[in-house]
Write a protein that binds this ligand. Structure first.
Ligand code: FES
Length: 87
């Protein structure tokens, strides 16, 4: 499991194994717009302010993924214990 923190409120949401970040956020009442939920459409693109995403999408270029300042939370996860998101 890892944590995502919402920059706007400071709130922390735990993301357990087997649950997507988008679904963990939805359970916490935080809606992120999605469409494909498979990392291909880019609808859920979210800015990452701190932490290192574990990119699992097919939307960003390798260069964009390597910058680690945005990710697709419908399918991607975290390599760090916490991600701070621009939400
Ligand atoms: Fe399509 Fe996340 S919903 S990339």
């Amino acid at each position: 499991a890892f944590e995502v923190q919402l920059a706007s409120s400071g709130r922390i949401v735990i993301v357990p194994p087997g649950q997507s970040i988008v679904h963990a956020l939805a359970e916490a009442g935080v809606a992120v717009m999605t469409s494909c939920e498979q990392g291909v459409c880019g609808t859920c693109l979210t800015r990452v302010l701190e932490g290192t995403p574990d990119h699992r999408d097919l939307y960003l270029t390798p260069e964009e993924q390597a910058a680690n300042d945005q990710f697709l939370p419908c399918c991607s996860r975290s390599k760090s214990a916490r991600l701070v998101l621009d939400l």
